[in-house]
Design a protein around this ligand. Sequence first.
Ligand code: NAD
Length: 324
Amino acid sequence: MSKRILVTGGAGFIGSSLVGALLQSGNHRVKALDNLSSGRLSNLYFWMDNPNFRFVQADLTKLSSITSAIDDCDTVIHLAANPIVKIGMENTKIDYDQNVLSTYNLLEAMRKSRNCKKMIFASTSTVYGESKIFPTPEDYGPLQPISIYGGTKLACEAIISGFSHMFDISCVTLRLANIVGQMNNHSIIHDFVIKLNNNPRILEILGDGMQTKSYLHIDDCISAMKLILNRIDDWKNETFNVGPGDTITVLDIAKIVIEELDLNEVTLNFVDRFDGRGWKGDVRRYWLDSAKLKSHGWMPKYDSKEAVRRACHEHYNLQLVRPE
Ligand SMILES: NC(=O)c1ccc[n+]([C@@H]2O[C@H](COP(=O)([O-])OP(=O)(O)OC[C@H]3O[C@@H](n4cnc5c(N)ncnc54)[C@H](O)[C@@H]3O)[C@@H](O)[C@H]2O)c1
């Protein structure tokens, strides 16, 4: 059925890919809202003339700028956030503003809206903190995030749950693995490609390289979101993990990137200042159990290794300088 969808953070990595996928399916009206703090309008240029698309530049930290934006929509896909965990070390307020305050404002606008009562929320694996069960299911507890980013995402989940029960707002929360692919300018792959582009002989790796995580290709992330969107009426307040069935180490990612860029004799320089972690707040190991979403028909096409390899190729448009 045709929907009127608001994608917050629509000019970002996942948002712009999702906007494209929704418009390509041809039967939805899509509005992207973004303050362009890290997102880029150029990510959406292709869709600007599409009659089913509108872009709204607005800041979710300001309630007044959201109210009119949501009113002609029935569903919000809430992606706007600061997605970079380590920023919380330098600025402890940014995650609070971009996650907690923004999500509260959005829910408050939805509470007052007559039309807009459904939400899909992009949460994260980091809400689990350092899990002791692998793969980690959705009902794992206690949830003890080790970063401000993870803590504020968990706070958002809790606020959403409260609003959902008190004001009849339906919400599906997706706890996403690391998403990689085209247009991602803040992934480990982007970081490695940029570093190797600057110096093809040395690759600096943050941590001991043994951090072990799941990496999901953007196409599989979008297919999960589309499935949830199509079935949104089935759920009132539900949470799903969204990850591939496996994990990969940071060292193996480095090896894949080096191989895919056709480089050799690269010296790996490990910067291990935080007990093997890349930075404070970096979860050393996670692996999501996505059986619940799979039981509803979702099947990722790529495992972590394939997702990384594909994403690496999608970064090839960067001009690579090879050593003489
Ligand atoms: N990329 C990943 O690996 C990953 C993993 C788990 C969860 N997530 C979550 O998915 C969502 C999207 O991530 P992404 O990788 O596309 O990030 P992104 O930074 O590319 O996109 C986020 C967008 O939100 C916008 N934004 C930020 N604050 C805003 C505000 N106050 N008002 C309006 N717009 C605002 C930014 O300009 C940006 O375009 C985020 O909520 C993130 O926490 C991402």
